[in-house]
Design a binder for this molecule. Structure first.
Ligand code: HEC
Length: 148
């Protein structure tokens, strides 16, 4: 069936891409699911150490600076809680952004590859997802467009 083949192809391409980029395949595809408390707690500690300085306490985001006094290329660190669009990304995409940066934006966000391991990025994603309600979590990732 052509549809099934297309799905399988998309799945294979995504896993292959993830394997190439992240060097692993194991920690992917929990998109839309709540992670274990253990992962969330580890992620919360990492978040505090590496991310809160920009993305704020519990992912509330960076206070905005009036455009008249900020540099033209300044981009605020958006909230990672459900008030922004972090939940539009699936788990694998979030991990890629954390480790490799977002290819679609020029950014102040450091690239964490080499500082954080793939497992640590996974823990961070677990924590970020814990900041979302059930409904948002259900609609996480590419399906967000048709879900809400
Ligand atoms: C120096 C400030 C800074 C630090 C530290 C930082 N970020 Fe970011 N982050 C940003 C900025 C600015 C953006 C948005 C701009 C962009 O991507 O171009 C961003 C974007 C993101 C996005 C994309 C969100 C979306 O809605 O598309 C994720 C996910 C993210 N950061 C996670 C993290 C995590 C996890 C950490 C800690 C390991 C972290 N960031 C540390 C500044 C920072």
């Amino acid at each position: 069936m052509p549809e099934l083949d297309l799905m399988r192809l998309r799945f294979l391409t995504t896993s292959l891409l993830a394997t190439l980029l992240l060097g692993t395949n194991e920690s992917l595809a929990e998109t839309g699911k709540r992670d274990t408390q253990e992962l969330i707690e580890r992620g919360a500690r990492l978040y505090q150490d590496y991310c809160a300085i920009c993305h704020g306490k519990e992912g509330i985001g960076e206070p905005s600076i009036p455009w008249s006094i900020r540099r033209p290329d300044y981009i605020a660190a958006m909230p990672l809680n459900e008030s922004s669009r972090a939940w539009h990304h699936g788990d694998d995409n979030l991990m890629r952004i954390i480790l490799k940066g977002n290819p679609r934006s020029r950014t102040r966000m450091p690239i964490w590859d080499g500082v954080l391991s793939v497992d640590q990025a996974r823990d961070l994603v677990a924590y970020i997802k814990s900041l979302w309600g059930d409904r948002i979590l259900e609609c996480q990732g590419p399906r967000h467009m048709s879900c809400m």
